[in-house]
Each structure stands twice: as structure tokens, then as C-alpha cells.
Design a protein around this ligand. Structure first.
Ligand SMILES: CC(C)(COP(=O)(O)OP(=O)(O)OC[C@H]1O[C@@H](n2cnc3c(N)ncnc32)[C@H](O)[C@@H]1OP(=O)(O)O)[C@@H](O)C(=O)NCCC(=O)NCCS
Length: 370
């Protein structure tokens, strides 16, 4: 038998493709199309960043307006999708409802070409996300409103609370951070599906399936539940002690790439502090996050990731916890579609090999003789 190249478990540290979309590095660098995440966060809006991620360059004004109007024109969701969401019932997790809705869209949407299909999924995400908890519980579907941007419209639909300008700005930053992250598990999944030349709806549904897991997108929901459980900064050290003693992972810490710090988490930590300051509220939640962070670094040099600091921001904005992972998806879909396009532009079916370590030479034994 010919010898085959073996790679580390989880493909850790293995480059499996070239990409010019984004790059994260162990030292805490993150680039979107060559721009640092700090540069983007300080200057760009959501749609501008989405255009950059999808097309490779910042849009000129007319290009941005055309992109925004393309999204707005496709933002309304067919009533049959809400009917399917409702059928899933109040017990369904919103991320499952969202995945089912995106999958159903593939049968219902009438977009003819791949670009239109990609834009359609992207454009409908705010409405699908805003309804994936309320509609299965019997609520009336929320609709987009004229003149709203992607982030502003999504936030309006997600919460009945009136957000301040700073809160809206911070929410938009968090969405921008969730947009793209090179070969994370869901984007790799999307590339595998794209490599079979399945359509963008199929690829986005698969991305959503990968995103659900607590080791990936599900971590923001888990991080908030943990913060609520720990509650007091004074209980943080004991919580970490117990977790290590029981061999449990602490949600929101660690990253496959970042070993020093996650630049997105660092920026979000600043937004969290500023939000609390501007609201004139007790900063207990911030102190709790900070104490847990210091303890995790002391114990194992594990930095917090984006999910850890996105979660308390969503919480302060008054968003229901089961919607945190769907919000991640609303933004990541742009990254997924950038990967879809990059994959099909120089396509080769992704079909690796496995080393067979099972038995050989087995003989069939009839059912009644086993
Ligand atoms: C993100 C994650 C999956 C990366 O995994 P990975 O690159 O495969 O790294 P490993 O899980 O092998 O972790 C390496 C070591 O750090 C430990 N570790 C990693 N994350 C940890 C966490 N959150 N809490 C406690 N220990 C952790 C592992 O137990 C392992 O320890 P060991 O070498 O003594 O066995 C992992 O850090 C994790 O599960 N984090 C929690 C979930 C999370 O926040 N996910 C969102 C990611 S953005």
C-alpha cells in the first residue's frame, strides 16, 4: 500500500488552501483583505466591510449604494418561510430554526444566478434571525423597515429597548468582528459544500450546522450562561478552580489560532466598559469578565475569545441569549459567501483521504448464525 501524508488532528496548523479574504495570526493580528481589524473597527460601517470582504476592495460611494440597495431589495422574506418556522414549535432552538429557514429558502427563492442567490441569503438574514425565536413561539413576524442599515435594522428587531448611538455603534462593531475569520470550522464546511458545486443556500445551511456547536459559534450563548451562573467577581476564581478540577473547559476561552490575545475580544472589552460607563451602571459584569480573564491567563495562559466579550454586550443590549449564535450567523454569512466564491473560482473537489485502521479479511456470517 502506498504511504500517505498524515496531518495533525483537527488539521491544526495545516494550510489547506490559499485565500486572500482574511488572515488571523497567533500574535493577535487579524486582517480583512489586508486591512487590520483595528483599522476597520475605527473607520468602516457594516455594509462597507461586507463589500470589502466579498469583493476585495473598499467600495466607491456608488458601489456601496448599489450594494446596499441590492440588499434592501432582497430583504423581505416569503410568508411560507415563517409558516415553516412556526411549525417547528416553541421548543425549537433558534439556530435550528434559522438553519431550517435558510434551507427552505433554497426551495422557495427564485433567484436565477449564484450572485443573486448569495445576496438573497445575506439580505434576508436580519429578518430570519429576528424571527427565529419569536415566530416558533407564535409571535407575529417582524419585517424590515425602509431606510434601515443591516446592523441598525437587526438591532431594532432584536430588542424592544431603544439603544443609544454608542450602543448601536458597538453592536455594529461586534457584527463586523463576526463577519470573517479565515478557515474557521463553518467557513471550511462552506468551502467543502461549495467544492461540490452545490448552491449557496446549501452551503449556508451547512455553515449554520457547523456554527451551532459549543466549540464554535455556540460559545457566545454558553459564555453568557456561564457569566450569569458565576454572577459575582468574587466567585470567579472558585469557578475556574472547579472547572479545572472537573476537567471542564471554560466557555469563551482559548482559540485555535490566537495564543496571545484575540484582537476582537480586546476591542469588545473596551466597548463593554464604555457602554457601562455611559449608562452610569454598576460595572459588576465588566469586573466579573475581567477577573475570570485574569484567572484563566494565570492558570493556563488562555486568552478570552470574541464570543466571551460579545456575549455581555448583547446581554446589555437586551437581546435574548438563544439569539446570540444566530446573530453571529447573520454576519458570518458574508464571510461564507466570500469563501464560496473564492472556492468555486478555482475549484477542485475537496475530498481528502483517511488512513484505514479497521480490520480486513472479514467473512460474512448469515444473520441467524451471528
Ligand atoms: C476554541 C478551542 C476549541 C480551541 O481548541 P484547540 O485549538 O483544539 O485547543 P485544545 O482544545 O486542544 O486546547 C489546548 C489546551 O488548552 C486547554 N483549553 C483550551 N481551551 C480551554 C478552555 N476554554 N478552558 C479550559 N482549558 C482549555 C485544553 O484542555 C488543552 O489542555 P491540555 O494541553 O492540557 O490538554 C478551545 O479553546 C475551546 O474548546 N474553547 C472553549 C469553547 C470556545 O470558547 N469556543 C469559541 C472559539 S472562538
Amino acid at each position: 500500500m502506498e504511504a500517505r501524508a498524515k496531518v495533525p488532528k483537527g488539521l491544526a496548523g495545516i494550510s489547506v488552501t490559499d485565500t486572500s479574504i482574511a488572515k488571523s495570526e497567533a500574535d493577535g493580528t487579524l486582517l480583512y483583505r489586508g486591512y487590520s481589524i483595528e483599522e476597520i473597527a475605527a473607520n468602516a460601517g457594516f455594509e462597507e466591510t461586507a463589500y470589502l470582504v466579498l469583493n476585495g476592495s473598499l467600495p466607491k460611494r456608488a458601489e456601496l449604494e448599489a450594494f446596499e440597495s441590492g440588499l434592501r431589495a432582497r430583504s423581505v422574506v416569503d410568508g411560507r418561510i415563517f409558516g415553516i418556522m412556526k411549525e417547528l414549535g416553541a421548543g425549537a432552538h433558534p439556530i435550528d430554526v434559522l438553519r431550517t429557514a435558510v434551507s427552505a429558502l433554497g426551495s422557495i427563492d427564485r433567484e436565477q444566478d449564484v450572485k443573486g442567490q448569495q445576496l438573497s441569503v445575506e439580505a434576508k438574514m436580519p429578518v430570519l434571525v429576528a424571527n427565529c425565536l419569536r415566530v416558533p413561539r407564535g409571535g407575529r413576524p417582524l419585517e424590515p423597515q425602509a431606510g434601515e442599515g443591516f446592523a441598525g435594522g437587526l438591532l431594532r428587531m432584536l430588542t424592544s429597548r431603544e439603544a443609544s448611538d454608542y450602543e448601536r455603534w458597538a453592536f455594529e462593531r461586534v457584527l463586523i468582528f463576526y463577519m470573517e475569520h479565515d478557515l474557521n470550522a463553518s467557513s471550511f464546511t462552506v468551502r467543502v459544500v461549495a467544492s461540490t458545486l452545490a448552491d449557496p443556500y446549501a452551503a449556508a445551511s451547512a455553515g449554520l450546522a457547523a456554527l451551532k456547536g459549543p466549540l464554535h459559534g455556540g460559545a457566545n450563548e454558553g459564555a453568557m450562561q456561564m457569566l450569569l451562573e458565576v454572577k459575582e467577581p468574587s466567585a470567579a476564581v472558585q469557578y475556574v478552580d472547579d472547572a479545572f478540577r472537573d476537567g471542564r473547559k471554560v466557555t469563551g476561552f482559548g482559540h485555535r489560532v490566537y495564543k496571545e490575545f484575540d484582537p476582537r475580544a480586546r476591542l469588545c472589552k473596551g466597548y463593554l466598559k464604555e457602554m457601562l460607563k455611559r449608562r452610569g451602571e454598576d460595572d459588576r459584569l465588566y469586573r466579573l469578565c475581567d477577573t475570570l480573564e485574569a484567572e484563566m491567563w494565570k492558570r493556563k495562559r488562555l486568552p478570552p475569545n470574541l464570543d466571551y466579550y460579545a456575549a455581555p454586550i448583547f446581554y446589555l443590549l437586551g437581546i435574548d441569549i438563544p439569539l446570540y449564535t444566530p446573530i453571529f450567523a447573520a454576519s458570518r454569512v458574508f464571510g461564507w459567501m466570500a469563501h464560496y466564491s473564492e472556492q468555486v473560482s478555482e475549484n477542485k473537489l475537496i475530498r481528502p483521504d483517511a488512513t484505514y485502521v479497521g480490520p480486513t479479511g472479514q467473512r460474512y456470517v448469515p444473520l441467524d448464525a451471528r
